[in-house]
Design a protein around this ligand. Sequence first.
Ligand SMILES: Nc1ncnc2c1ncn2[C@@H]1O[C@H](COP(=O)(O)OP(=O)(O)OP(=O)(O)O)[C@@H](O)[C@H]1O
Length: 294
Amino acid sequence: MSTTRTDAATQAPTGTLISAAGITKAFGSQRAVDHVGLTLGRGIVGVLGPNGAGKTTLLRILATVLAPDRGTLSLLGLDPAHPGARTEVRRRLGYLPQSPRLYGGFTPLEMVDYVAILKEQTDAARRRHEAVAVLEAVGLTDVMHKRIRALSGGMQQRVALASALIGAPELLVLDEPATGLDPEQRIALRSVLAETSHRGCVVLSTHNTAEVAALCQQVLVMDRGRICWSGTPTELAGEAEGRVWESDVEEPTALRSWLTGPGTRRHVGTLPDGASPAVPTVDDGYLLVTRLTR
Ligand SMILES: Nc1ncnc2c1ncn2[C@@H]1O[C@H](COP(=O)(O)OP(=O)(O)OP(=O)(O)O)[C@@H](O)[C@H]1O
């Protein structure tokens, strides 16, 4: 990816699972999502963007929780605007909202089983087998018979994640899935998502660029409702190639500067004469592309 693009559509993979064009959603006069186009196939896609960029709104649209005001959307080859097709998509979709609602009086096993029932899985034995498997995948085997209200915040987040994973979804939409997880669980989450991505499309929003670099094949950067950049994590870091450096002083040519240690500042922008470029990271690229579109 050589330049920053506005309103970017991503590369069409073989086997399109999500296809969107001109998707727009406003709340009053505020356009939360503004003419977004997407073509996504199998793999893990990370959505980055500042607070209020429209990530949650876009994910809610992809999860069929919210209907767009305008634009066309196809999920798993179906049009979710039609009630019958929407029900079918929901059977094949897993969704982790930003603030999941769990029933505190349920156990994790009951909660996940309940979601499977909502997905119209009628075989009780199979449901239980699958529920036990997804709870094991998120590391909750030991507490699957405890009341959810008695679990820690990170464990509750994993119950919500297991609820999204039940039914082997072909489309997995996760709003900040790593929130509240300890480092070990974050690493475990990566393997669960990598496994899901072999059979379908995982779209996740995050503020964690390290997570994106470790996990995602593709990144979408959103800003003010639009996708302002798309590409691979390596390409995002590459945006800052030759445009990032470190020094002990403030730099007038820097678009953004931040402290990285006692007295050391890192800058992105136009490299001043005599400065040596630093090795760029996904963070640098992200800061640069969000700055350039403002
Ligand atoms: N239900 C709603 N009613 C009114 N405004 C909303 C609603 N949902 C979102 N918005 C507005 O839409 C814009 C995008 O919000 P959204 O939650 O999608 O952003 P975000 O990128 O997920 O932010 P964050 O990183 O803070 O979670 C914001 O200006 C927000 O205030």
